[in-house]
Design a protein around this ligand. Structure first.
Ligand code: ATP
Ligand code: PRP
Ligand code: MG
Length: 282
C-alpha cells in the first residue's frame, strides 16, 4: 500500500485535499482525522504538519508527500521534488521598513526574523553575509515594530501582510515556491504505485489547464487552423458529410481558449465549441 503524507493545516491543506479528491482518492471528512485508508485505491494518507512532511518522507517511513518547495528546502531533509502542483504559489523575500535596506548586503551585522531559518541561513551564507537569525513561528511582520529584528524574511503572495505592517521588500527574491510532491532522495524512480499516483495528479493538472475544442472549417483553411490548435500531440481531423469541410478536435490551454476561438472564427471556422475535461491520462 502506498503511504502518502498530506498537509493537515494551513494554505496547502485545502487545495491538496481537493486535488486528491479530484484524482479519485477518498479524503477525510473532518480535520481531526489523522490517518485514512483508501483500500479501493491501495493507498494510506497521513495528515501531517506541512513542515514535517519532508522529514517523514526522507526517513523512508512514508513513500511520498505533498508539501511546499520552501518547506522542503527549509527542512534540510533528504527529499526531492518529483511533481509541481501549481497551487500555494508564493515568493520568499526579505522585507524591512522603507529606506532601511536595499540589498542582502545591508543585513551584515543585523538581525533577521523568520519562520524559515534553514532557507535564510543558507541564503545569507551563500551571499557571505553574517547576520543573526531569530526564529518566530508566524506573524513575523510584527517583529520589526516590536524591536525583535531589523528585517524579516517571509512568504509573500499578494503583499497585503507586508503593506499592513508598513514594510517593503528589498533585494532579489530568495526563492519561488509552490506545492510539490516529494520523495526520498534516491528512491527508485520506477515504483509502479508512485508512477500511477503521479499520473493521476498529472491528469488533474491537465483537466484543470486544458479544454477540448471542436470546430468545423473549410479544407483550404485547415492548415492555418491547426497551427492555432496543435493539440498536445496532433489534432484529430475528420471528414464532414458536407463536402469541402472537416471537423477538428484538439486540446487547448484554458487560458488561451477565447483568443483562439476568435482567431478561428476570423479564419472561417464555425460551430466552435469548448468542453471541460474531467479527467485525463496522457
Ligand atoms: N498566503 C499564502 N499564499 C500562498 N502560499 C502560501 C501562503 N502562506 C503560506 N503559503 C505556502 O504554504 C506553505 C506553508 O504552509 P504552512 O501551513 O506551514 O503555513 P501557512 O499556510 O502560513 O499556515 P499557518 O501559518 O497558519 O500554519 C508554504 O509552502 C508557503 O509558501
Ligand atoms: O502576501 P500575502 O498575501 O499577505 O500572504 C503572505 C502571508 O501569508 C502567510 O501568513 P499566514 O496568514 O499564514 O500567517 P502566519 O504568518 O502566522 O503564518 C505568510 O506567512 C505571510 O504572512
Ligand atoms: Mg503561515
Amino acid at each position: 500500500m502506498l503511504r502518502i503524507a498530506v498537509p493537515n493545516k494551513g494554505s496547502l491543506s485545502g487545495p491538496a485535499a481537493a486535488m486528491l479528491h479530484e484524482a479519485g482518492y477518498r479524503q477525510r471528512k473532518e480535520s481531526k482525522e489523522l490517518v485514512l485508508v483508501d483500500s479501493a485505491n491501495d493507498v494510506e494518507f497521513f495528515y501531517l504538519r506541512p513542515r514535517d512532511i519532508a522529514i517523514y518522507v526522507s526517513s523512508g517511513r512514508l513513500d511520498i508527500g505533498i508539501t511546499g518547495r520552501d518547506l522542503l528546502l527549509d527542512s534540510g531533509a533528504s527529499a526531492e521534488e518529483i511533481l509541481q502542483l501549481g497551487f500555494a504559489r508564493s515568493t520568499f523575500r526579505y522585507a524591512a521598513e522603507p529606506g532601511t535596506a536595499e540589498s542582502v548586503q545591508d543585513l551584515n551585522g543585523k538581525t533577521v526574523a523568520t519562520s524559515y531559518e534553514g532557507v535564510v541561513e543558507k541564503h545569507l551564507a551563500d551571499n557571505g553575509i553574517e547576520a543573526a537569525v531569530v526564529h518566530l513561528d508566524g506573524a513575523v511582520e510584527t517583529a520589526i515594530q516590536l524591536g525583535v529584528a531589523h528585517a524579516i524574511a517571509d512568504v509573500v503572495e499578494t503583499g497585503t501582510s507586508l503593506r499592513n505592517a508598513g514594510l517593503e521588500t528589498f533585494g532579489e527574491p530568495i526563492m519561488e515556491s509552490e506545492a510539490v510532491v516529494v520523495r526520498r532522495t534516491g528512491a527508485p524512480a520506477d515504483d509502479p504505485k508512485v508512477q500511477q499516483f503521479l499520473r493521476r495528479l498529472q491528469g488533474v493538472l491537465v483537466a484543470r489547464r486544458y479544454v477540448m475544442m471542436d470546430y468545423d472549417i473549410r479544407v483550404e483553411q485547415v492548415e492555418k487552423a491547426v497551427a492555432l490548435t496543435p493539440g498536445l500531440e496532433s489534432p484529430t481531423v475528420s471528414p464532414l458529410h458536407h463536402e469541402g469541410w472537416v471537423a477538428v478536435r484538439a486540446m487547448v490551454p484554458t487560458s488561451d481558449a477565447q483568443r483562439i476561438m476568435d482567431e478561428l472564427y476570423d479564419l472561417g471556422a464555425r460551430a466552435i465549441l469548448t468542453t471541460g475535461i474531467h479527467a485525463a491520462r496522457l
